[in-house]
Design a protein around this ligand. Structure first.
Ligand SMILES: Cc1cc2nc3c(=O)[nH]c(=O)nc-3n(C[C@H](O)[C@H](O)[C@H](O)COP(=O)(O)OP(=O)(O)OC[C@H]3O[C@@H](n4cnc5c(N)ncnc54)[C@H](O)[C@@H]3O)c2cc1C
Length: 386
């Protein structure tokens, strides 16, 4: 078993990054002060606001790294990092565009038929159209090669039939990039015969049904596809080559700062409360959490640097996601101990709601985008341990 070294290169923010950070912070302060949004925990997976996403599109903060011909801004991955971490730290409602900006746009640009990509991607960059991920199915999660959604060849394309599940945001999206079976399963090569198709969620035969989460809110869906016609121009890459595309997409899905910043707004608000009553235990807990964030951010920035070099850092992303999502749980477990209940009850600020919502949602962190057990298996293989 060969072992490839995991790399987290040192990166330097480009000139202008600090100015960009100031601009984003000013924009967010203005938006928040004028009621444009109320900060929320897990904002990238539960704060769907098409209006807010459009405002970001108008500022040039979506599709930042994409070519100009696709409506992008040809800026660096590190500049994109500055914008995304500021949005997350503020708890802004960024869910509508998050998937398109993070992975679907890049997939379309890299693997789509140019005319189709040119028709869709500029609208993603403008925050006027959004995308969902169609990987999981009722009987397919960790073992993604077992997807059973079938694409049957018909003149000019395919008829797609099956059910996708947990499709985040699909109720507000125009497109889903779905992993489907375009050839029967070969038990000796299960990863073959899969393809990624762009599904128009407004097409006949598509039914998107909301699934309420533990807080009673609908963020994800069951997406039923009943003989949905998909034109052959809506294939990504080559027919049967979907597995490699999915692996590349998952590296983008797992690599960003959202994996350790979903609970940052809670920590920030807790610190505002605790700053006036710093006992030794509280200082120790807060100091430890901040030190861990610094470490995770350093690693995560290294991944942005690798993306900037054109690499696909699958293993590095798996490691950072596994560590980051465990950290998010730790933040809440520790805050529950050090935030005094009487102070919380008496708190006029956002903290009680943020803490409650974050506690309800955090169990999903270690599942979505690939479970920690699966990621650990990948990392162990990479390290030559299995
Ligand atoms: C909030 C949220 C949003 C999501 N959004 C999307 C989305 O937009 N699009 C999409 O396609 N999917 C989405 N998902 C689905 C997510 O990708 C799956 O939940 C995940 O891949 C796990 O699959 P599963 O739920 O079927 O669990 P299973 O695969 O059934 O796993 C159950 C348990 O068994 C463990 N396990 C399974 N196989 C192994 C193994 N080989 N070794 C060790 N342990 C194993 C797992 O770690 C887990 O603890 C979302 C999930 C959540 C929670």
């Amino acid at each position: 078993m060969s072992m490839t070294r995991l790399r987290f290169p040192d990166v330097e923010f480009p000139a202008g990054a600090q100015q960009l950070r100031v601009e984003v912070r000013e924009f967010l302060d203005t938006q928040r002060a004028s009621g444009g949004f109320v900060p929320m925990a897990d904002c990238w997976a539960s704060g769907f606001s098409a209006e807010f996403s459009r405002k970001l599109g108008q500022r040039g903060w979506l599709g930042m790294t994409w070519p100009k011909e696709f409506g992008g801004h040809e800026r660096s991955f590190l500049e994109r990092y500055v914008v995304t971490e500021e949005l997350l730290a503020a708890g802004a409602p960024v869910m509508a565009h998050w998937i398109a900006d993070r992975q679907s746009g890049p997939q379309l640009i890299k693997h789509g038929v140019p005319e189709v990509a040119l028709a869709i991607v500029p609208r993603l960059a403008a925050g006027e159209s959004f995308c969902a991920i169609g990987m999981s199915e009722p009987n397919t999660g960790s073992d993604l090669a077992s997807v059973a959604t079938r694409a049957d060849k018909v003149p000019g394309g395919w008829k797609v039939t099956g059910t996708k599940i947990w499709s985040t945001g699909a109720h507000g999206c125009d497109y889903m990039i779905a992993l489907v079976r375009t050839a029967p399963v070969d038990v000796k090569a299960r990863h073959q015969g899969l393809s990624q198709l762009i599904i128009d969620l407004n097409a006949p035969g598509v039914q998107v049904r909301g699934i309420a989460d533990i807080a009673g809110q609908v963020h994800f869906n069951e997406t039923i596809l009943d003989e949905v016609f998909v034109p052959e121009t809506h294939l990504l890459g080559v027919e049967g080559g979907g597995w490699n595309l999915v692996v590349g997409e998952l590296a983008l899905e797992r690599s960003g700062p959202e994996r350790f910043l979903s609970t940052f707004i809670v920590l920030q608000e807790a610190m505002r409360l605790l700053i006036n009553r710093p006992d030794e235990r509280t200082c120790e807990v807060l100091g430890t959490l901040i030190a861990k964030i610094k470490t995770l951010r350093r690693m995560s920035l290294g991944i942005a640097g690798l993306l900037q070099e054109g690499k696909s850092p699958e293993m590095e992303a798996a490691l950072v996601k596994e560590m980051s999502t465990r950290f998010e749980r730790e933040v809440l477990e520790q805050l529950r101990v050090v935030v005094p209940q009487d102070a919380l009850r008496a708190s006029p600020g956002l903290l009680p709601v943020l803490l409650r919502d974050a506690i309800l949602r955090v169990p999903s962190s270690t599942l979505r985008g690939g479970t920690n057990e699966i990621l650990k298996g990948m990392i162990a293989r990479q390290l030559g341990l299995r």
